[in-house]
Design a protein around this ligand. Structure first.
Ligand code: NAP
Length: 293
């Protein structure tokens, strides 16, 4: 078993981006600027956004955090999105999900200018990705792809099973793994909560990507000997022994599954850290106007 170490790979990627940014600025380029919009006081969202802002500082980006209370109306949030769309200094921005129930996430996502949609959630970017055109690939699938590349994992002709069909992880992941390039060319099965015989399907996976949000759901009996297992899940599970009162768990029971795998991602320290790299890469592309001119 080899560990796909998100901590190590993400720090390498961040150092690479940092060096490229320094060169870009030395050559007269504008300092990349990422803005983040945070609505409400969700603990996990606070942590994610703080870590995104910290990463921006580490690698030489400008970052801005816009905070709004949970009572903000959809209209006011749309106004905030519009000002970011029109701010020439902001290259890209994200609206941290989830949003309060009274706000339509789709309406907000669709209001973001696709050229600044560095989360890759806008239908224009999703559509371009499906057609294999240059686009912002959403950050978590981007991070997983980058891990597969850096570990040199063969994907062509392999059976990839994705558990979960969410717009931000499962669906784009399944599209990327079937595309006609590396990493890709897999035969993909996408599964969800209505899938029959999930365990039997997973047992046939050469590459198993778990993104269902059920802590330690995938046990050794789901996994074929020698499979590559990518754990996307991040759940907070009550744990009195921790100062915070909770432990972070993935969707895979790591200790049970790891001995059967050829490669596996840990949680924490796996895909989560790579996700930030996806966001930073997209923001740098936005600053360079690499995709939208
Ligand atoms: P989501 O929107 O809740 O989607 C979960 C998907 O899993 C749905 O398609 C659901 O099926 C399916 N599912 C749920 N229970 C299942 C079961 N028992 N068997 C088979 N499929 C099942 O979740 P998400 O946003 O994709 O996130 C998934 C997990 O990844 C969460 O733990 C989240 O915190 C984590 N996450 C991590 C990162 C990262 O950076 N590492 C980024 C994003 C998300 P239906 O469609 O039928 O409901």
């Amino acid at each position: 078993m080899q560990l796909l170490d998100g901590k190590l790979i993400s720090s390498q990627i961040k150092s690479e981006i940092k060096a490229e940014v320094e060169k870009w600025i030395a050559d007269g380029g504008k300092k990349p600027h990422l803005a983040a919009v945070l609505v409400g006081q969700d603990g996990a969202s606070e942590t994610y956004v703080a870590s995104k802002i910290r990463s921006c500082e580490e690698i030489g980006f400008t970052s801005t955090l816009l905070r709004f209370g949970p009572e903000i109306s959809e209209e006011s949030l749309l106004d905030a999105v519009e000002s970011l769309n029109n701010d020439p200094d902001v290259d890209g921005f994200i609206v941290q999900l989830p949003l309060p129930k009274h706000i339509s996430e789709n309406t907000i996502m669709e209001a973001v200018n696709p050229a600044k949609d560095v989360d890759g959630f806008h239908p224009v970017n999703v559509g371009k990705m499906c057609k294999g055109l240059p686009s912002y690939i959403s950050a978590t699938p981007f991070g997983i792809i980058e891990m597969l590349i850096r570990a040199g994992i063969e994907t062509s002709g392999k059976h990839c099973v994705v558990i979960g069909r969410s717009q931000i992880v499962g669906l784009p992941m399944s599209i990327l793994m079937q595309r006609n390039e590396y990493p890709g060319n897999c035969t993909v099965t996408i599964t969800h909560s209505k899938t029959h015989n999930l365990k039997e399907i997973c047992q046939t996976a050469d590459i198993l990507i778990a993104a269902l949000g059920r802590p330690e759901f995938v046990t050794a009996d789901y996994v074929k000997e020698g499979a590559v297992v990518i754990d996307v899940g991040i759940s907070r599970v009550a744990d009195a022994s921790k100062k915070s009162g909770f432990a972070i768990k993935g969707d895979v029971n790591f200790n049970d599954v790891a001995p059967k795998t050829s490669y596996i991602t840990p949680v924490p320290g796996g895909v989560g850290l790579m996700t930030i790299c996806g966001l930073l890469t997209n923001t740098f592309k936005a600053a360079k106007k690499e995709i939208y001119r």
